[in-house]
Design a protein around this ligand. Structure first.
Ligand code: URA
Length: 188
């Protein structure tokens, strides 16, 4: 159960990030979601509110979700790391290794029909690859039998708005696969 996992993570001190955080940023959304997004790690706003993707990048993610006809509450959103790295530095390889079992467990519990990796860290972690996001994005890969779309991270899009069209292309593929799987037409 997600609640049991959250309780386990509340007392996690496998790495030093647990001590420095304000809040655990477990994950948010529909526990029966068919679509699950995976980001990198909490930033300042997320650490303060205990919820993933609530800052500027999060607002953009919400728009991206709405652009394919869904609401934020319809999907599930989690990160590779559940505690904020100080100063928003990139996750360290050992932090990813230690935190990864929690993400895998979340995926196992939620059993989404489709996954979407946002940016390099999520894509490389879930696909066990060092390939850059630019070469991975735009198509479905396989994560333990679940199709996983790789796309750019919304924070990257805030810095590179010209790449928004590429994310839109990626999300249309996600929308089409979801409607194919559910037999329902998601409106845009
Ligand atoms: N960036 C992420 O990868 N995750 C968040 O929760 C917020 C910003």
């Amino acid at each position: 159960m997600l609640e049991t996992l959250r309780n386990e993570m509340l007392v996690c001190h496998k790495c030093s990030l647990g001590k420095a955080r304000t809040n655990l940023v477990f994950g948010v959304g529909n526990p029966r979601a068919t679509l699950m997004f995976v980001g990198e790690a909490p930033g300042r706003d997320e650490d303060l509110q205990g919820e993933p993707f609530v800052g500027r990048a999060g607002q953009l993610l919400t728009k991206i979700i709405e652009a394919i006809g869904l609401k934020r509450n319809d999907v599930y959103i989690a990160n590779v790391l559940k505690c904020r790295p100080p100063g928003n530095r990139a996750p360290l390889p050992e932090e990813i290794v230690l935190c990864m079992p929690y993400l895998l467990k979340q995926i196992e519990i939620i059993q989404p029909k489709v996954l979407c990796a946002l940016g390099t860290f999520a894509a490389q972690t879930l696909l066990s690859t060092k390939a850059p996001v630019g070469t991975l994005r735009g198509r479905f890969h396989d994560y333990k039998g679940i199709p996983i779309m790789v796309t750019f991270h919304p924070a990257y899009l805030l810095r590179n708005p010209n790449d928004k069209a590429k994310v839109w292309e990626d999300m249309k593929k996600v929308r089409d696969l979801l409607s194919e799987l559910s037999g329902k037409d998601l409106k845009i």
